[in-house]
Design a protein around this ligand. Structure first.
Ligand code: FES
Length: 217
């Protein structure tokens, strides 16, 4: 089992960013993942490196219930096992050929992953819908300080012009980048969603400026 991400649920994407039969990359602090959704709708997470020649599996494609590598077409199932090798169609791939898997699931429009068995359920964000995700160069603490709100379990509740919003944060990459998902009250109008998206851009500039000044590290 991969050991290089924390044993907790980490928000890696919004459900709307992963349509049926697609794959996207997700960069965590010390791990690069490929997150994919099968035709059935099930979400899986694997290390973003094909065991064959190291190609990024997030560059691959999904057919049915399998993720295929774009390079030589090796096909992997949800449990990470190699299902087929196109160059050797009569070969049953050995069990040893497999890509590392992470626990993955979705709740209330957010896709979560974990490297280990997590006792708790994925966090609830009932009543919200995912609006957009961004990365920025500041810490979650700096972000919370700019809003004047508390950072609780990597989430920040935020009122944008009286509308309920929430930021979910996760360290992304090794360069101190922060992945931020903006959720907004499910009753928000189109105009309120546009305003919230604009507010997030403003917040990004404020947080990065504060980080550059060395405030709220
Ligand atoms: S590198 Fe993935 S199939 Fe060859």
């Amino acid at each position: 089992m991969p050991q290089n991400i924390a044993p907790a649920w980490i928000p890696v994407a919004l459900s709307t960013d992963l349509p049926v039969a697609s794959v996207i990359p997700a960069r965590l602090k010390t791990a690069s993942l490929a997150i994919w959704r099968a035709q059935s709708g099930a979400v899986s997470a694997v290390a973003d490196r094909c065991p064959h020649r190291g190609m990024r599996l997030s560059h691959g494609f999904v057919r049915g219930e399998a993720l295929s590598c774009i390079y030589h077409g090796w096909r992997y199932g949800k449990s990470g096992n190699c299902l087929a090798i196109p160059a050797h169609p009569s070969l049953t791939p050995p069990e040893a050929i497999r890509v590392a898997t992470y626990r993955a699931g979705e709740r209330d429009g957010v896709i979560w992953v974990s490297a280990e068995e997590v006792a708790a359920d994925m966090p609830s964000n009932e009543g919200f819908v995912g609006l957009r995700s961004i990365t920025l160069s500041a810490t979650a603490e700096t972000l919370a300080a700019c809003i004047g709100a508390d950072l609780i379990e990597d989430a920040i509740d935020w009122a944008i012009d009286g509308m309920r919003a929430r930021l979910l944060t996760a360290p992304s990459g090794e360069d101190g980048a922060l992945l931020v998902h903006l959720l907004i009250d499910s009753s928000a109008t189109k105009a309120q969603k546009i305003a919230a998206s604009t507010a997030l851009e403003t917040l990004r500039r404020q947080a990065e400026a504060a980080a550059n000044r060395g405030e709220a590290a």
